[in-house]
Design a protein around this ligand. Sequence first.
Ligand code: MN
Length: 504
Amino acid sequence: MSQEIMDIKKLEDTIKKYLNKKEQELVLKAYQEANQWHKGEKRQSGESYITHPIYVAYYLAQEQLDAPTVAAALLHDVVENTPQTKEDVEKKFGKEVATLVDGVTKLNKIKIKQTWQFPSFINKITGVEYRLFEQHVDNLRKMLLAMTKDVRVILIKLADRLHNMQTLKYMPPSRQQEIAQETLEIYAPIAYRLGMGELKGTLEDLAFPYIHPKEYKKIKEVSSKLYPKKENYIEKFKKILNKLLKTNEIENFEIHGRKKHLYSLWLKMQRYGNDISKIYDLVAIRVIVPDIESCYKVLGIIHKNYRPLIGRIKDYIAVAKPNGYRSLHTTVFGPEGEIIEVQIRTWDMHKQAELGVAAHWQYSSQKRLSKDYKKLHVPSQQIDWLEELAKWHEKITDPKEWEKGLMMDFFKKQIFVFTPRGDIINLPANSTPIDFAYSIHSEVGKTCIGAKVNGIIEKLSTSLNNGDIVEIITDKKQVPKKDWLNIVKSNKAKTQIKIFFNKK
Ligand code: MN
């Protein structure tokens, strides 16, 4: 059997599980047309081109996305690679599918060209090197805007990128570099921001060997020595935990082991003096339970039996991460005193963590989901982010400013700090109390004279850390100082301070 017949069979079997007859027909018709239109075209690997759109559609069908998304995935390269136009697609498949295909076609124009010069700079704090995308900015903007209109376009694009990364070895070396770089700096962060943690990790690990080959090799070596031992331990702990939870009347739970992705391990090791023994979540235990109550019960049972490490209990259920991630995390001295991380979540949270916003476009046979994300129960922080991006785009017209802002606030390390009321505030790494004050309100920023960090008075120039509780002291007579511009890290604070001085 040829590859494409095998693949289409897999796709067919998958959609049969969740789409109705009419919807299955739409998908199969999309396959037939795409197959016809791509006839004779080959992938770099030498395979028929159609194997690629089938893979993309198959990936999305496994996530049980709706029929128009799967159909558009099959047709996603038709407008770019064949003489067919958006109108041809619309005539055969209707406006919804055509608009999705058109969205992906536009995104496909975003490519890093080798002739473009990327100036680079080193982040003095992390030592990490960043390359700037001078020419890329305008396209990036379009892409991000397209994303805010219909997230399904970006889901197709991410699946497309995943397959292209899996088949990257067939590309010429110069293209490999460009595609891997783009994946690392644009697509993986987007997957993360959309709450698709698993996909983000996979994309990064696929790009890693192309971008940092030596480091990749080293990390792989170091970690592969440790994994077998760790995995044995996880198996042992799983058995003990299984009994423990059963005797404590926890029902319908599942325990998995999860390996840390290599790229994120590499980043983390840089922060821990390259000492892998200090990384406690190299392998972690994941407990999945039916409801939130059981999450806390399980946490209690674990802490009663195994002493937790101070400062490592994280309740992302009460306070979700800004990308919508929810789970309880704790690190304990497990059996034999070995330090191990345990993550506890419900099935819903698990699905959310794997799928992110995609979870909300999943097909439901009882009730068709609305396409408008505003009407859906997407975690509000994810939506805030999308809307913030769109607003930002309108405001910033200078590509240089946009680029800097993009790098600073969205695609670099962020910290999460708290107001005294427990509201979570998301700031760029190394932000100061002034950034915090401006993110509360520009009036608070303008009039801040001091700050308490975790109850202790600190300078306004102090760098904040993850989890800090920050209280701002204001004085109506205070006005912004010019040198604040050298201290603040967030775009909002910078813009507001500049506005203040421009007015003067
Ligand atoms: Mn493609």
